[in-house]
Design a protein around this ligand. Structure first.
Ligand code: FES
Ligand code: FES
Length: 211
């Protein structure tokens, strides 16, 4: 027969070990709940208009506008070059102004209107700037081209709106549409293929620069 003292000890051991298990499970459960809560806090709903269409996305707060367009909405016309604001390949228009979409978070654009290269025109119905790039051979590999075209369209609007650039001489007179102005304003859009002179020809034709 088992010693009653030994039996008492094993019963106490069992109780202690059960209590420990409950405590550990409780801690693990609350850690999991906390982690789920944290994950929920990282996600935000964004409503914006992209190329004329209302879109709603649940995005990780750290998602750039560029990644939201490419990875969530599958609008891959906008290109990722440097992902550091240095090449202009990711240029899109937000509320009519060009921006580097790799330098801004999607959650900052709730309620905004975003236009990408797909929204400017499509094969068979090209925007005049897209048609001019084709006509003047304003590209080789084409990787920088969507950004170049979005930028070009916005540049003409900036000049029309009398927004000065670094080379605008007289700030009291309306900004002039000149080749020098276009070169300066397009300087943030890099083309590794060096199609710059043809890009300038395309923009000049659409803008009406004759010299
Ligand atoms: Fe945005 Fe290069 S990818 S500036
Ligand atoms: Fe190739 Fe511009 S056309 S980088």
């Amino acid at each position: 027969m088992q010693d009653p003292i030994q039996l008492e000890l094993s019963r106490r051991d069992l109780l202690i070990s059960s209590a420990a298990t409950v405590a550990v499970t409780g801690v693990a459960g609350s850690a999991a709940a906390q982690s789920a809560g944290k994950q929920m806090a990282y996600v935000t709903k964004v409503n914006f208009t992209v190329n004329g269409e209302r879109r709603e996305l649940d995005v990780d707060n750290r998602t750039t506008l560029l990644d939201a367009l490419r990875e969530h909405l599958h609008l891959t016309g906008t290109k990722k070059g440097c992902d550091h604001g240095q090449c202009g390949a990711c240029t899109v228009m937000v509320d009519g102004r060009r921006i580097n979409s790799c330098l801004t978070l999607a959650v900052m654009h709730d309620g905004d209107e975003v236009t990408t290269i797909e929204g400017l025109g499509q094969p068979g119905n090209l925007h005049p700037m897209q048609a001019a790039f084709v006509k003047h051979d304003g590209f080789q590999c084409g990787y920088c081209t969507p950004g170049q075209i979005c930028s070009s369209v916005a540049v003409l609007e900036e000049i029309k709106a009398n927004i000065p650039s670094h080379v605008t001489g007289d700030l009291n007179s309306p900004a002039q549409l000149t080749a020098a102005e276009v070169r300066e304003r397009m300087s943030g859009n890099i083309c590794r293929c060096g199609a710059y002179s043809n890009i300038l020809d395309a923009i000049s034709e659409v803008g009406g620069i004759t010299a």
